[in-house]
Design a protein around this ligand. Sequence first.
Ligand code: SF4
Ligand code: SF4
Length: 89
Amino acid sequence: MTHIITSLCIRDGACVEVCPVECIVPGIPEEEWPLYYIDPDTCIDCGACVPECPVEAIFPEEDVPEEYQDDIQLNYDYFTDGPGYSALE
Ligand code: SF4
Ligand code: SF4
């Protein structure tokens, strides 16, 4: 399991500061990847990022609301089809 960032994300970066495994990254380029994304293979489901988000954009994968279900795959895709961590280098 993993946590998922939904399209509510306003890219303020607050969640990045608290993740103990540094698996949250900003989507780059922003025009193509407008959210921050969580690497599902690295997330340890600690939940630390959830209360940090000012817009409550982060959910455990199994609790993502119906209207944001499409955002689940985007978190996975950013690290497989998108630049993932390499965009930070
Ligand atoms: S649940 Fe924990 S490990 Fe997963 S992204 Fe949030 S802070 Fe990082
Ligand atoms: S704290 Fe919330 S709004 Fe800010 S970057 Fe993380 S998910 Fe996006």
